[in-house]
Write a protein that binds this ligand. Sequence first.
Ligand code: SF4
Length: 364
Amino acid sequence: MSPTDTKASSLHQPLLAWFEREQRALPWRETRDPYRVWISEAMLQQTRVETVIPYYRRFLERFPDVRTLAAAPIEDVLAQWSGLGYYRRARTLHAAAQAVVSEHAGLFPASHAALLALPGIGPYTAGAVASIAFDEPAALVDGNVARVLARLFALDGPQESQAFRTATWAIARELVASVSRPGAWNQALMELGATVCTPRDPACYRCPVRTGCSAALTNRVDELPRAKVRRTQIEVELLVLVVHENGGILLRERPPGGRMAGLIELPTIETSGDELIAARTWGGGLEFTEIEPLGAVRHTITHHKIGARVAAGRLVRGHPGATWRRVEVSELGTLALTGMTKKIAARGWLEPDAALKRRALNGI
Ligand code: SF4
């Protein structure tokens, strides 16, 4: 019997009992439908629970099952995902739904190995769906679980190291192998990390497994897991124009292959101070000019800190061809807009009289 096995028996019962009592009521916990579990897990990666809840509900209203999702145009899927970020998740979700329909007759494969073979499904998601929907003793490790395990087992390595990842996955596999309810166990570990064993100031006094926690017993809670080396933030300055053309607003689809490919945005260029440094990136040979300012917004995408100056603009050269489209303000809700464009729309700056209102507000 390994040291992990010995410890496992002292952890399983108290943590499962605590989870039964204390778990938060979350919409995806009302079901074990593999499709719904999968959608929630895809959305929850890198995104906070409170942010995900309304997206999860809306997404399932629009795509209630895997066949509906597979049959939908990718633009519709991106539109429902718009604002959640990490858009590759939406694309792979769509591709995996199509694989479930074409290769598994619309039935979710019920094993960890078969789930892993679907596009975009990695060990974490396969572990989550296999354990929660099918009660297969499949392990999973996300940031919360890694932190809990690092403290319970006093793992010393830096979090981003391969050795740390290997160690956490090995322990997670051993722990789940002998538990009676693998799905509840995995969720209990994640819940403990999210609500008690938090990155800062964990609430050890109300932790159900503190008597078996190596970090708590050796007073090393604050130093484990060892902090990640912070990625430096890249500052980006943008100029975004709101251009009204023949009763619509000019928008373009972001080019394939780059960040946020396929999402729809306002004319945007990178600037340095007031200087335009990349005028050619307007795209499609069009030239715009700035007429008057509307305001400024800040936006963060992973490690990019974006500050955007927003102005009313005018098209001075070229014709909006295939790259650009004119869209009425009332249609915006149906499009897969970038987060920045959504923010600007929410400020009311896409309305035809936005510049007028700003002037009136400022007494100009
Ligand atoms: Fe985390 Fe503290 Fe519980 Fe250990 S005792 S698992 S550090 S909350």
